[in-house]
Design a protein around this ligand. Structure first.
Ligand code: ATP
Ligand code: MG
Ligand code: MG
Ligand code: MG
Length: 565
């Protein structure tokens, strides 16, 4: 490809809207352009990178027996109503109606769809296990789409689903996927860590997140330098490892409710005709009644909040103390009493920030709790003694001081067990003739987020430094002077030879000053830059520069291909 024909519109200035480095560099290097908040076009260079990441993902999925398929993005409401997630998903779900007024959504994930497919066609244990996956756009109307591709509202995900006869089978598939993910992120050239994650409503020990280590990461992680303990902060705090016994929070792990019981006690509270707030209530072993209100959002976060709440002394809460615990995920939390004023608290997502008003008695449209009277039904108070996990706290496994870091969640593996197969009746007949629900797992990789994470981890003041396996092109050949026929001819010859040798090379044939070409090459971040100037012509010394190390090598025309390898 000749750069004169390449559509890679680079920018000299950093667009004001970009906060993190990957977003800035993707705009400046001509990789993406914004259509709307969290919705981007991928320009040709980005598309090449995404295809390479997808190829790596595909190869590793196939190597583990995964079979690729493609499911619709438009999903009918009915299957989501069967699992109850039509209402639980809340505002994060993009919803639409067809001309007959039927409800649909744009798929934020595909558990309902895949389970519906499999239940129709899998009857016998002989048809199991199955591992099915797709790579496709997903749609989530994130409250705060930001950081470019990092938190989009339309983004590319690889989602895989396993179906097994029993939990032993699920373990095998889960471990295969864990291994595949490790291989994928290694092959992409990323520094990452797999951490234990809260498996939320599902219970059990069955989830890991794959975190690319980067200061801009939205997730906190805790890990041990001595043993292999690593967890996200939420999970680590569920097992309070930090505080000495006497400092420990009065509620114990036992007080964290059995997550399965939560759905049984959950009910809905109408906030206004258009806005339903999901209410989850449970009673802890100490008898405290905990009420968490979350506007139908993402299921996992909801449970995370609950878990955390379950781990703190609930008697008293104030907004500041609790938002310290919950971090950025909750905008408002306050205590409310319904039975007895001190035992019940409210957790609300930022999307219901204005509930603050409601709780404080404001009677604004859309923000009023029906049948909840602030002051009559609750009194505010404060949380005492909250101890968050900190660096150097003892590792729960070996006691060595733990370390903390920030991470970008690029993937997650999750044991679903029979959550969806039960609600959607995906059953099979086992070898003893008994009907059983299939045992499922789900496994996601954020493909477009992985591209952004790669840039977060690989850049300098001049631009992107692509890891070779996902670079849009491997090398660029730059003649110093377009007017010099000999330079142009040699540059073109080298460009052709490189492509023949299996490299993806570019030829910067633009009639631009060399400085402009070098700046663009560094900004876009091709791993290898080959400069053809007088030295190449007069002395047969071809200059090869490595983007990552900045090292310069000289090779003659017979050796440079080998030299680059
Ligand atoms: P997050 O905690 O960042 O909101 P999630 O846990 O909701 O992510 P999953 O449902 O586990 O995401 O989806 C699988 C993968 O899809 C994630 O690990 C992440 O890499 C990617 N992903 C999720 N949401 C987004 C988004 N809004 N933009 C880009 N990638 C995303
Ligand atoms: Mg999310
Ligand atoms: Mg997450
Ligand atoms: Mg996740």
């Amino acid at each position: 490809m000749r750069v004169s024909q390449l559509f890679a519109p680079t920018l000299r200035e950093t667009p004001a809207e970009a906060e993190v480095v990957s977003h800035k560099l993707m705009l400046r290097a001509g990789l993406i352009r914004k259509a709307a908040g969290g919705v981007y076009s991928y320009l040709p260079l980005a598309w090449r990178v995404l295809k390479k990441i997808e190829t790596i993902v595909r190869e590793e999925m196939d190597a583990k027996g995964g079979q690729e398929l493609s499911m619709p993005i438009i999903q009918p409401a009915e299957m989501w109503q069967e699992t109850g997630r039509w209402s639980v998903y809340g505002d994060e779900m993009f919803r639409l109606k067809d001309r007959h007024n039927r409800n649909f959504c744009l798929g934020p994930t595909h558990e309902e769809m895949i389970t519906t497919i499999v239940r129709g066609d899998v009857r016998s244990y002989r048809q199991l296990p199955l591992m099915l996956y797709q790579i496709q756009n997903k749609y989530r109307d994130e409250i705060r789409p930001r950081f470019g591709l990092m938190r989009g509202r339309e983004f590319i995900m690889k989602d895989a689903y396993s179906f097994d006869r029993d939990e032993a089978g699920l373990d095998v598939n889960y471990n295969k996927m864990y291994d595949a993910y490790t291989r994928v992120f290694n092959r992409c050239g990323l520094t990452f860590r797999a951490v234990e994650a809260d498996s939320g409503a599902i219970g059990g020990s069955g989830s890991h997140e794959f975190m690319v280590i980067a200061d801009s990461g939205e997730a906190g992680i805790v890990y041990c330098g001595d043993c292999d303990y690593a967890a996200n902060v939420e999970k680590a705090e569920l097992h309070p490892i930090s505080a000495p016994a006497e400092e420990r929070l009065p509620l114990t792990e036992k007080d964290t409710p059995d997550m399965k019981s939560i759905s049984e006690v959950s009910h809905y509270l109408e906030v206004s005709p258009e806005k339903t707030i999901k209410t989850l209530a449970f009673r802890t072993d100490t008898g405290a009644v905990v009420l968490a209100l979350v506007r139908g959002d993402h299921e996992v976060n909801e449970i995370k909040l609950l878990n955390k709440v379950g781990c703190i002394q609930l008697e008293m809460a104030n907004e500041e103390a609790i938002s310290n615990v919950i971090g950025s995920q909750a905008g408002y939390i306050g205590p409310v009493g319904i039975e007895s004023s001190k035992d019940i608290i409210i957790v609300a997502d930022t999307s219901v920030m204005n509930m603050h008003n409601a709780v404080c008695g404001a009677n604004k449209k859309d923000t009023h709790y029906i049948n909840v009277n602030p002051l009559r039904d609750f009194t505010p108070s404060t949380v005492t003694d909250i101890r968050l996990i900190q660096a150097n706290d003892p590792c729960p496994r070996c006691g060595a001081p733990v370390k903390t870091a920030r991470g970008i969640e690029v993937g997650q593996v999750f044991k679903l067990f029979t959550k969806y197969s039960t609600s959607l009746q995906a059953t099979f007949i086992d070898d003893g003739g008994k009907e059983k629900p299939m045992v499922m797992g789900c496994y996601g990789i954020g493909v477009s987020r992985t591209m952004a994470a790669a840039i977060e981890q690989n850049n300098d003041e001049n631009g992107i430094i692509w890891p070779v396996p996902i670079a849009p092109f491997h090398a660029i050949v730059i003649p110093i002077s377009n007017k010099d026929q000999a330079q142009m001819a040699l540059a073109e010859k080298i460009y052709n030879e490189l492509n023949e040798a299996g490299f993806e090379a570019l030829f910067d044939d633009r009639n631009e000053r060399p400085g402009v070409k070098f700046k663009d090459a560094d900004l876009i971040g091709y791993p290898i830059k080959i400069t053809i100037g007088p030295k190449a012509i007069d002395e047969d010394q071809i200059e090869v520069k490595a983007r990552r190390t900045g090292e310069t090598f000289y090779f003659n025309h017979e050796e440079y291909v080998k030299g680059i390898r």
